[in-house]
Design a protein around this ligand. Structure first.
Ligand SMILES: NC(=O)c1ccc[n+]([C@@H]2O[C@H](COP(=O)([O-])OP(=O)(O)OC[C@H]3O[C@@H](n4cnc5c(N)ncnc54)[C@H](O)[C@@H]3O)[C@@H](O)[C@H]2O)c1
Length: 257
């Protein structure tokens, strides 16, 4: 799809690789200025170059989205450098240290990081931009989540529980935020080709067989570009009548109600 994001600034976390990177490039193609984020700069300079060639502004701001102080600092620096934040997309946060796996194989000390990965990190980012969005009575928020939060998947007890919490938080926040004209939705995805998240579950998860089987069963192979298209819809005026929803983009793998 095409959308007019000209004049908008989008902060996209976890955007130097994978789904976040694809979203950043697509948003810039559709007119947005973009603030990129990851824990470290990595390939950010190359993405910034690509965005600047499109005639848009792009910056990189580091932060670990598991740490609220860092997230707050990042959003303040983005505001200083870009002047505004109209769109927040929260992606990223998977890592080999918290690969999904069968419950009996998971270290209880890691539970809290699963909650941060799929849920709390999203809330940290929302909180960090909220006062700015309230002040301007404008805002589109898209949170990347997981279909494991909507469909019982062996090996996903922790990501699934955290993903389910994100679905409910999205509904509650939508009800709280309508008074300020802020829309918030979750985009729930599953095994996605060409992403670090998929590489990680195939290599590091004690339940990797589950994910290999899911890939075979997925009728329509899912790529990060497909997830980016749906994110563009939820960030654009085309979805102005939609808030508090969770949209599954999953290649037809399952049918969450
Ligand atoms: N890829 C999949 O198969 C899959 C499956 C289900 C759900 N998802 C959802 O999609 C999101 C994006 O997936 P992805 O495959 O692009 O991988 P990812 O979650 O690993 O995101 C990669 C990007 O996030 C950055 N990042 C990682 N940890 C971070 C942290 N703590 N703070 C800031 N940046 C961090 C990385 O540097 C990179 O730029 C996931 O977070 C998850 O919510 C993906």
């Amino acid at each position: 799809m095409q959308a007019d994001l000209s004049g908008k600034v989008a902060l996209i976390t976890g955007s130097t690789k994978g789904i976040g990177r694809e979203i950043a490039l697509l948003f810039a193609e559709n007119g947005a200025d973009v603030a990129l984020n990851a824990r470290s700069e990595g390939p950010a300079a190359e993405i910034i170059r690509k965005i600047e060639i499109l005639g848009r502004r792009a910056i990189f701001e580091p932060a670990d989205i598991f740490e609220y102080a860092q997230v707050k600092g990042m959003s303040e620096r983005v505001l200083q450098r870009m002047g505004q934040i109209d769109i927040l997309v929260v992606s990223g946060g998977s890592s080999e240290e918290i690969a999904p796996g069968f419950f009996r194989d998971l270290d209880p000390e890691s539970y809290v990081n699963f909650a941060k990965s799929q849920w709390i990190s999203r809330l940290y980012c929302v909180r960090a931009v909220l006062d700015h969005m309230i002040e301007r009575r404008i805002g589109k928020i898209v949170l990347l989540g997981t279909d494991a939060g909507r469909w019982p998947t062996p090996g996903e007890s922790l990501p699934g529980g955290s993903g389910a919490a994100l679905v409910m938080s999205t509904k509650v926040l939508a009800r709280e935020f309508t008074r300020w004209q802020i829309r918030i939705n979750t985009l729930s995805t599953t095994v996605t080709l060409d992403t670090p998240g998929l590489d990680m579950v195939l290599s590091a998860s004690s339940a990797s067989k589950v994910f290999k089987k899911a890939l075979k069963r997925q009728p329509f192979p899912l790529k990060s570009a497909d997830v980016a298209q749906a994110t563009l819809f939820l960030a654009s005026s085309a979805s102005d009548a939609i808030t508090g929803q969770t949209l599954s983009v999953n290649g037809g793998l399952c049918f969450p109600g």
